[in-house]
Design a protein around this ligand. Structure first.
Ligand SMILES: Nc1ncnc2c1ncn2[C@@H]1O[C@H](COP(=O)(O)OP(=O)(O)OP(=O)(O)O)[C@@H](O)[C@H]1O
Length: 623
């Protein structure tokens, strides 16, 4: 808004639907920790100050007046008001409409819709999401926001609302730059106009705000950037408080890494891993959580490039004096600098995780259960840190106790003489993997097999392709280089001609449902097994793709291998002569059972009739 607009009359506008829902939650459901409203408003004020300082330092835009960069809070214990003023970047009227009245981000919209529909309003989740400015309505019956943008010639405006569905907007003089928010406190929140209460809250939540915060003229916080201090001088409490500040958290961090480097870049970094993986709670994709500073001046909040995407759960700050304030993705030089910084920080962080996994393996497993999915994403997508990430992966295996996990280096240490491959097999649970046919040959040869449970596991391991020179091989690949189990004593097998005859017959019966039927050299107890012949997609990847696209029908090539020593298979040879119709039904069911064991059955209902018929025949023979 420009100066001429100052004569604009006041207008009333409706809030966007999601804002109404959000306000309803804020006003009606959040009473337990109402004091967080102050943290939210101070955090916005600090952001506005950081933005102004940044623009000022980089010479973009200017403000006519030299104002101290600070946040002041004035309390009126008689009128029961709290006024918070910052000399930050301010907003134009358009920006007010855009920022305070709409939520653009679709993930946040979804979250609010879900939250509005759920019974429990988990404060921790809302805290992570950040109700932001609207938290003011937890304590205020009416909120007035006056603001003037730092842009030359910008006019001031005022936004007023009682949080009930609409707000008024009109011109306002008074401020020369920045934002003032006046809270008219509710009858039951008068305590927030008392200085000692407000000072306590500031000390608790906002001690690390890098601008002075004054209450009735007296500075309350000690401005400090603890990441630049020596590790030995920072207390546990300071670290935890700082984490709460930087991660918008209410609890303590799970891991903390504070490190300093001089070469190849000067770096002070303080990184945290939270206790919870917020993506699990249906928040959608996490925003990056690390801020970049240069000599304690914020240059990018939630920086995209400082860590790879798959480390987006990490929170904290990275300060490097080698970075220019106006760092830009557009210039090659800056991009190269960021790449270098990212490589160093990522490498250091992965080394830290590796150390933790050795120092406190149980704690690391807890981390793995919460955040392992991100590391798998890294293993599947990030070539530059592949080996370091690979070391951090954990899986159960045929040689681990249930619930215990092994790493790839553990696996390699235990490998048999001459073993050149690392084997893995996917299944929904340990029990289902162990009951299936895939392990039989591995058991017989005493080879360890890693158990994977999610499709992402197989994508990660397949994309890794190898670890320390050993190829990753899914145990359901058709071409397997492992010794065949020795023949079982006293068990006859079909001869060569019989096998040829039977496999050809199977193929004729099953038609296009399989690409090949052949003799198996890897089965002991099971009559048949499904393998993939193209070697590209493991069974779990096929399952995943099928689930994504139901219309696609069967995917991937399927090889049915039959066990020529198994009584059922052997009996089929003669049954064909005696009762061709029954033999065909049994053959179909052998395939379906193998598909069930592979987790690849699309419609089990088709089997029902066939199973009844087999049961009927078998009972008829008994009677
Ligand atoms: N004191 C202020 N000065 C300037 N702009 C502000 C101020 N307070 C809020 N804003 C603007 O309003 C926007 C919305 O604020 P709000 O607190 O709702 O969300 P946020 O700060 O973006 O997110 P969050 O609080 O979750 O970090 C901010 O992004 C900012 O652009």
């Amino acid at each position: 808004m420009t100066a001429e607009d100052a004569t604009k009359p006041r207008r009333t506008r409706e809030f966007q639907t999601e804002i109404k829902q959000l306000l309803d939650i804020v006003i009606n459901s959040l009473y337990t920790e109402r004091e967080i409203f102050l943290r939210e408003l101070i955090s916005n004020a600090a952001d506005a100050l950081e933005k102004f300082r940044y623009h000022n330092l980089t010479g973009e835009g200017s403000s006519a007046e030299e104002l101290p960069l600070e946040i002041s809070i004035e309390l009126d214990d008689k009128e029961h008001t709290l006024t918070i003023t910052d000399t930050g970047i301010g907003m134009t009227e358009e920006e007010v409409i855009e920022n305070i009245g709409t939520i653009a981000h679709s993930g946040s919209k979804n979250f609010i819709q879900q939250l509005a529909a759920s019974d429990s309003k988990d404060l921790n989740l809302i805290g992570q999401f950040g109700v932001g400015f609207y938290a003011a309505f937890m304590v205020a019956k009416r909120v007035r926001l006056q603001t003037r943008s730092y842009l030359p010639g910008a006019a001031g405006c005022e936004w007023v609302s009682e949080g009930a569905g609409s707000y008024d907007l009109g011109p306002s003089e008074g401020l020369s730059r920045g934002t003032r928010i006046i809270l008219e406190l509710k009858d039951d929140t008068h305590e927030f106009s008392r200085a000692e209460v407000i000072k306590r809250i500031i000390r608790q939540y906002s001690s690390f705000v890098p601008f002075p915060i004054k209450v009735n003229g007296e500075q309350v916080n000690t401005v400090q950037a603890i990441w630049t201090r020596n590790k030995n001088e920072v207390t546990e409490e300071e670290y935890n408080d700082f984490y709460k500040f930087v991660a918008n958290a209410f609890d303590e961090p799970f891991y903390r890494l504070h490190f300093t480097a001089d070469a190849p870049l000067a770096i002070n970094a303080l990184l945290f891993v939270p206790k919870q993986n917020m993506e699990r709670f249906g928040f959608g994709r996490l925003e990056p959580g690390v801020n970049i500073y240069s000599r304690k001046i914020l240059i990018q909040q939630h920086a995209e490039d400082i860590l790879p995407q798959w480390l987006r759960f990490v929170k904290g700050v990275v300060d490097s004096e080698d970075l220019p304030l106006n760092i830009s993705r557009e210039t090659t030089q800056d991009r190269a600098l960021m790449t270098k910084l990212r490589r160093v920080i990522t490498g250091r962080f992965l080394k830290f995780l590796q150390e933790q996994s050795q120092k406190e393996p149980d704690k690391y497993l807890e981390f793995w259960k919460t955040f392992g999915v991100f590391l798998k994403e890294g293993a599947a997508t990030d070539f530059s840190h592949r080996d370091d990430v690979a070391k951090l992966l954990r899986f159960e295996s045929s040689k681990s106790e249930p619930g215990k996990m092994v790493s790839l280096p553990d696996y390699i240490d235990r490998m048999k003489e001459g073993q050149e491959e690392i084997y893995f097999i996917n299944g929904p649970t340990r029990a289902s993997i162990e009951a299936g046919p895939y392990l039989e040959a591995f058991r017989a040869a005493d080879l360890e097999v890693l158990y994977t449970n999610e499709p992402v596991d197989d994508f990660a391991l397949s994309n890794l392709a190898e670890f320390e020179g050993k190829r990753m091989v899914s145990a359901d690949t058709a071409e397997l280089n492992i010794p065949a189990p020795p023949p079982q004593e006293g068990v006859e097998s079909l001869d060569y001609d019989q096998i040829q005859d039977l496999t050809a017959w199977f193929k004729e019966v099953l038609g296009a449902r399989v690409s090949e039927v052949r003799e198996s050299t890897r089965l002991v107890e099971s009559p048949a097994i499904i393998l993939d012949l193209d070697g590209m997609m493991t069974g779990s990847m096929q399952r995943f793709m099928q689930a994504l696209n139901e219309q696609m029908g069967d995917m991937g090539r399927k090889v049915l291998e039959i066990n020529p020593s198994h009584a059922l298979i052997k009996r089929l040879l003669s049954l064909r002569e005696e009762d061709e119709a029954l033999a065909r039904i049994v053959a179909e069911q052998v395939l379906d059972n193998a598909l069930i064991a592979a987790g690849l059955v699309q419609d089990p209902r088709l089997m029902v009739d066939r199973i009844y018929r087999i049961m009927e025949q078998s009972l008829a023979r008994k009677s």
